[in-house]
Design a protein. Structure first.
Lengths: 145, 145
């Protein structure tokens, strides 16, 4: 099993940070503009990138943590877990993990890099008021996603 | 053991890409401006960030691969391996790996995110002619590195 583990600090408080992760409006402001569903525990959120994308079941949602289980979407994502842990350190810090990948395939390398750019987008949203969700996302290849 | 695995595509050829990774001038244009040593196989490169930083022994250097072993620097980096594999796909692609971390500590999360921003810097150098090496690097925290 392999994990993608990333950490970023933001210049705002924990409640504001959490709202960017546990509301549809927040998520659509930094990951993809096409988000639907419900973000409360037990519900499912649908993320779409040009009509395809993952469904995430919310398995935990508290004032310092959000955890999703991927229940539909890219084959390599099925059964993987995504978590956001928010801590008060010298500043508000987000510990992100996308874990339980079966293998370190090229798609794993790609998603690891892509998650990093979306966390930069989340930081830009929180620090400067505007993120870069798909389709205006920061590109990591010359053509394509 | 845990790995950091990242992938990025660039709009230039493999030889130009390689020169950004296997020369002192190239490395100082996207990772840190303070680089010294020799980049040929068997030699050691010293990377410094405000006077501290890792020493890397070059264990492989060919026309599609560069591999370093960390021989001095942060405790968690000692004995870890960093590799750059350059492939001709639809475009030139860099497969980056920093592997054999003993644990997924907060510093591992930090370095994973920081490597992603330095690969963006490498992409900017190759695509646009100017990278963002330390100390002008893209920050992932509000204060500090």
């Amino acid at each position: 099993m392999s994990n993608i583990s990333l950490k970023i600090g933001v210049a705002t408080d924990r409640a504001t940070t959490l709202a960017a992760i546990n509301t549809i409006e927040g998520l659509s402001s930094w990951w993809t503009t096409d988000v639907s569903g419900e973000t409360s525990e037990g519900q499912t959120i649908r993320f779409r990138f040009n009509e395809s994308g993952p469904d995430m079941k919310v398995t935990a949602s508290s004032n310092d943590k959000v955890v999703w289980l991927c229940t539909a979407g890219p084959d390599e994502w099925l059964g993987t877990e995504i978590s956001f842990l928010i801590k008060d350190e010298d500043e508000t810090v987000i510990y992100f993990q996308h874990k339980n990948w079966r293998e370190e395939t090229p798609f794993h390398y790609h998603c690891s890099m892509k998650w990093a750019t979306f966390l930069l987008s989340l930081k830009e949203l929180l620090d400067e008021g505007k993120g870069r969700p798909f389709p205006d996302d920061r590109k990591i290849v010359t053509t394509g996603f």
